[in-house]
Design a protein. Structure first.
Lengths: 271, 154
């Protein structure tokens, strides 16, 4: 009989017996040390960190690969997110580009709507027989008067539809008009397509200025269209006047008038 | 060198699989049971038994249970050593059936008990997945262990 094999078998049995003896020890421990399991937790206090240290030493290549993979995934995510954001930016830029003509069209339609809202009953075409455009005043005389139905405060338009001024004096066959460029004229105006009101102050030969805005937050911008507003007065609503020439100083802005001084003018007879 | 590898490999394999626990492939480091079982029951390394107990203890910490895998391992090891009816070390495919009983009973107890406690089926599904992944990888990993052992004997 092989002594070595026999002793090995016996050793195995002894080892199994020892391990078997651990079973009641473990059961007793669970019964006695619960619920805190202080001994086991104390053991875990050094066994687990030591195992972690050894485990970290063994598994570092795997963890490095995992880290690289994670970083690559994050990078790929950022790239795809970047692509998506670029696509959205392109879409928004395209939309914004298409919005510019739409906004202009909207402004034009609103302007038209304003004019239609308060169209006077009829218009009288008359010839300008005299024009006084000195340093500070801007008046002119028409060749038609009361006989044609013209009354004081009637609005006078240029042939291209922009406001020239209002009738200040009228006779049987003549009428005097004070132009909006006159320094004595202060025309209530409104920013087309908004509720911002203000006054257009004439400055003679210089460009009139748009000032005294009703909205303190309003900042004038080049190209904004101004239209007339009755504001309880006699001027009809919605007659185009001109465009803001530049932003000015923020509190007032010069206005490029749409009306050109011509040989003829249209007098609007109010309803 | 080969001798050192032969001695240290079971320890390192256990710690390696325990440390690389991940939610899907290696939940709570359960794959560490493979070297624990293989090197203490199938290809018995006498010096490995304390390490097997420590491995079970570490698994218990991962599972947050008290001495569950340790008791189960002691029971299995005692059963393997103290009886002569069934030879646990010499069965088909490196005693995969015994390993399945070992892991299956453990995961079943844990799954069913947790399922009662949480009133949900998720622990049972987790237990099934643990059983499947450890059984499937048992054949692969133990084949690798066998190859390494052959290499160290040369």
């Amino acid at each position: 009989m092989d002594i070595k094999a026999t002793s090995s078998k016996i050793a195995k049995k002894v080892q199994a017996g020892i391990v078997a003896c651990l079973l009641p020890v473990f059961f007793l421990y669970i019964l006695l040390d619960k619920p805190d399991y202080k001994i086991m937790n104390a053991m875990a206090g050094f066994v687990v960190p030591a195992a972690h240290v050894v485990g970290d030493g063994i598994t570092w290549p795997v963890r490095v690969i995992k880290k690289i993979n994670d970083n690559m995934l994050v990078r790929r995510g950022i790239r795809s997110e970047n692509r998506e954001l670029r696509r959205k930016l392109d879409e928004l830029t395209l939309k914004q580009t298409s919005c510019v003509p739409l906004a202009a069209e909207n402004q034009r339609l609103e302007q038209t709507l304003d004019i239609v809202r308060s169209q006077p009953k009829r218009a009288v075409l008359s010839r300008i027989v005299y024009e006084n455009s000195s340093f500070s005043s801007n008046t002119f005389t028409l060749d038609k008067g009361e006989n044609a139905g013209i009354k004081i405060n009637n609005a006078v338009l240029s042939k291209n539809g922009f406001l020239l001024g209002t009738v200040t004096d009228v006779g049987p066959n003549w009428a005097t008009v004070r132009g909006i460029r006159d320094t004595g004229a202060s025309t209530p105006v409104r920013v087309s397509g908004s509720d911002v009101l203000g006054f257009l102050r004439g400055r003679g030969q210089a460009q009139p200025v748009f000032e005294l805005f009703s909205d303190q937050e309003f900042s004038p911008t080049k190209g904004i269209i101004l239209i007339s507003v009755s504001a309880g007065g006699t001027l009809p609503d919605g007659i185009p006047i001109g465009k803001i020439a530049n932003a000015g100083n923020g509190k007032s802005a010069p206005v490029a008038l749409g009306a050109k001084t011509m040989s003829e003018a249209i007098v609007l007879i109010q309803k | 060198m080969k001798k050192i590898i032969k001695v240290l490999f079971p320890f390192f394999a256990t710690l390696f699989l325990w440390r690389l626990s991940s939610n899907i492939i290696n939940p709570n480091g359960i794959l560490a049971l493979i070297p624990i079982f293989y090197y203490s029951i199938v290809k018995e390394h006498n010096e490995f038994v304390p390490m097997a107990l420590i491995g079970c203890f570490l698994l218990d910490k991962n599972f947050d249970i008290v001495l569950f895998w340790s008791i189960l391992f002691c029971f299995l090891y005692a059963a393997a050593g103290l009886q002569n009816i069934i030879n646990f070390a010499d069965r088909r495919l490196r005693s995969i059936d015994i390993f399945m009983i070992f892991v299956g009973s453990g995961t079943a107890i844990l799954g069913i008990w947790s399922s009662f406690l949480t009133a949900s089926l998720i622990p049972v599904l987790t237990a099934i997945w643990m059983f499947v992944i450890s059984t499937v990888l048992y054949a692969t990993l133990t084949y690798m262990f066998e190859r390494i052992e052959c290499w160290t004997k040369r």
